[in-house]
Design a binder for this molecule. Structure first.
Ligand code: MN
Length: 235
């Protein structure tokens, strides 16, 4: 278990971490949709081109993300855990040796939905004044936050995620990384605000081994500050 994970598990997190402006709350799927359906992308598949190509989005969303939902729906009937929300399923299976496959697929399903909403063709640039003030208070400046995000992206060994998050105890913005499928919502101490997927499948078609180029381009051009602000509002 990672250090981050132990820290996440130490306190409690709100289940209502998804901002009201997001496109993928269960309510938006419609009353007839299955509870664990793959949400629609919040933009067209080519909308992030050339920072993230439609080719990457096609595989990443259409194969990887869909695959996690398919696995989940295949595993669920025999699990005794049907009927839970995706968030509740992540929490119910976290750190359970007998639930590893369910956790990995549920967490990856959730993380990817959060990732798509963390990106916007109108993203990047500067956050609003209020969020900017909170960033300055926590990191010194937007550029220092950028450096911290990129350092965490580089430091994540192998597959994982880099999160901008709210530490509930201190009410301060923080940057944390998690390995593989691990996610802040498995624990209770941190509210995720935005995430960068640093699994190779997120960037290899466009950037090959250059993770730093992918992460910096994403931060500068796509990071959805409106999503961060919406998640802070409901945190
Ligand atoms: Mn991914």
């Amino acid at each position: 278990m990672s250090t981050n994970r132990r820290r996440f598990l130490s306190t409690s997190i709100s289940a209502a971490i998804v901002g009201s402006t997001t496109a993928w709350t269960s309510a938006s799927w419609g009353a007839d949709a299955p509870p664990l359906a793959l949400p629609k992308l919040p933009w067209e598949a080519n909308a992030l081109d050339p920072i993230i190509s439609s080719n990457t989005v096609g595989f990443h969303y259409g194969k990887h993300h869909r695959g996690y939902f398919d696995n989940l729906n295949r595993l669920l009937p025999a699990s005794g855990l049907t009927g839970l929300s995706l968030e509740a399923l992540v929490k119910a299976t976290a750190d359970r040796a007998d639930r590893v496959a369910l956790f990995n697929n549920a967490a990856q399903a959730w993380n990817h939905s959060f990732y798509w909403n963390s990106l916007s063709p109108q993203g990047g640039g500067k956050p609003g004044a209020e969020l900017g003030t909170r960033i300055d208070a926590a990191f010194g400046s937007l550029d220092e936050l950028r450096k911290t995000v990129l350092a965490n992206s580089a430091a994540q060994f192998g597959s994982g995620w880099v999160w901008l998050a709210l530490d509930k105890a201190s009410n301060k913005l923080i940057v944390v990384k998690t390995g593989n499928a691990d996610t802040p919502i498995a624990g209770e101490s941190v509210v995720p605000l935005a995430v960068i997927d640093v699994w190779e499948h997120a960037y290899y078609l466009d950037y090959q081994n250059r993770r730093a180029d992918y992460a910096s381009a994403l931060f500068d051009k796509l990071l959805n500050w409106r999503f961060v602000e919406a998640n802070l509002t409901t945190a």
